[in-house]
Design a protein around this ligand. Structure first.
Ligand code: FEO
Length: 395
């Protein structure tokens, strides 16, 4: 890119990002932009500071940097902030109004109050001209991903208009190729979908409101803070965000998640899978002790119906099911139909808890439920009627 340099770190090794499984690694993207003035946009996770500094030094003397824009203060982007500012004696630091507060809250022990007090707080629509036809406009995007988040939109009379979008439109993927069209689009979209499901899904209401504002900008390029940058498939990723934030389902499909102690709940899960498959409806099934919650919640976002099963243990839920329900509750998948199933020996309790938790998560739960004592008989596993009702409710 003309006048824009990548100074981020591609993390091939990371496989867990605060609980989110990153099977394909990730990256912490940062950029250096040169006009008449020089701008550094975001930093990287602290362990990779030296690499980040070396990349900057390959392009310019850090002392020549005039501005440091901090689009978001989560530590994957701000971890190197206290270290890099020691090399930027001439840089003005810029963040959103909330970003200034969060920088102070994070770094009061490492950065002098005098430095923190001088950070420039920008509001919606504030601008920064850096010469050579380049102008930044700052747009706060609160809660995408934290209250402090903002995007920096750079118009360039001599080049492309670039949205430095930070977390928005990111993907956790490590790659040597920076652009969407240089990579396998299926892999990128899969990771963008998983990223949305695990990080942004519960913020969909705010995203739906913000997206038209961002989408109205005359964007040529999107430079994200994770994964690849967008140049060819910008309309596609914007449309995906529109659909995901609206809770639109592309295809009627069913997700079955369960766990089992002595195989009775597994028998129910398998019989339900068979009955739904016979109706020609795609169905996926995960046993929670062997599944990755980050992958399962991605399937939950795409499914119309979520069927959750648990054996009763100590009058309540099997631990893996309880843990998954907690994760799902926080992420709030929208527009779902639910069904609870399980087995018990004497008192029961798990199915009741699944129903309560699904209702609390605003899932439209079937009145019918499946509860089987000890080991199911063949006739217990005839689910034609309940699957009819499920399909009717799915619409
Ligand atoms: Fe990539 Fe919210 O940090």
């Amino acid at each position: 890119m003309k006048d824009i340099y990548y100074v981020g770190y591609v993390d091939w090794e990371v496989r867990n990002f605060h609980g989110y499984s990153t099977h394909r690694g990730s990256s912490y993207n940062a950029y250096l932009v040169k006009g008449e003035k020089t701008v550094l946009i975001d930093t990287v996770k602290r362990p990779y500071f030296e690499y980040f500094l070396d990349k900057i030094k390959d392009i310019c003397d850090p002392a020549e940097i005039d501005y440091l824009i901090m689009n978001h203060i989560e530590m994957d982007h701000s971890g190197s902030f206290p270290l890099i500012i020691k090399y930027l004696p001439n840089a003005e630091i810029i963040a959103s109004v909330r970003g200034v507060d969060v920088l102070k809250s994070h770094f009061h022990q490492e950065v002098d109050a005098e430095v923190l007090d001088k950070i420039r707080a920008v509001k919606d629509g504030d601008t920064l001209e850096i010469g050579n036809g380049k102008k930044f406009t700052f747009v706060p995007i609160p809660m995408i991903h934290w209250p402090d988040s903002m995007v920096s939109f750079m118009t360039d009379n001599n080049g492309k208009n670039v949205l430095f979008s930070n977390d928005a439109f990111g993907q956790h993927i490590a790659t040597t190729m920076r652009w969407d069209d240089e990579n396998d689009l299926c892999e990128i979209m899969e990771e963008a979908e998983k990223y949305y499901a695990n990080i942004l899904l519960h913020l969909s209401g705010l995203i739906a409101k913000t997206l038209p504002v961002v989408g109205a900008l005359p964007i040529d390029l999107i430079c994200t803070s994770h994964g690849v940058c967008w140049r060819k498939y910008i309309p596609e990723i914007l449309e995906k965000y529109r659909k995901w934030s609206a809770g639109e389902i592309e295809e009627k499909r069913v997700l079955i998640v369960y766990d089992t102690m002595w195989e009775s709940t597994a028998k129910i899960a398998k019989a339900l899978t068979k009955e739904i498959r016979h109706r020609g409806i795609p169905v996926k099934r995960f046993r929670l002790t062997h599944a990755d919650y980050s992958d399962v919640i991605t399937e939950a976002m795409k499914a119309k119906a979520i069927l959750i099963g648990s054996p009763t243990l100590n009058n309540g839920l099997y631990p893996a099911v309880a843990e998954y329900l907690c994760y799902q509750k926080g992420l709030k998948p929208m527009n779902k139909v639910g069904l609870a199933f399980g087995s018990f020996g004497w008192g029961g309790g798990a199915v009741k808890e699944i129903i309560e938790q699904m209702k609390a998560a605003k899932i439209d739960v079937l009145d019918e439920k499946i509860e089987i004592k000890f080991v199911p008989k063949p006739e217990d596993l005839d689910f034609k009627e309940i699957v009819d009702k499920l399909i009717e409710k799915m619409g």
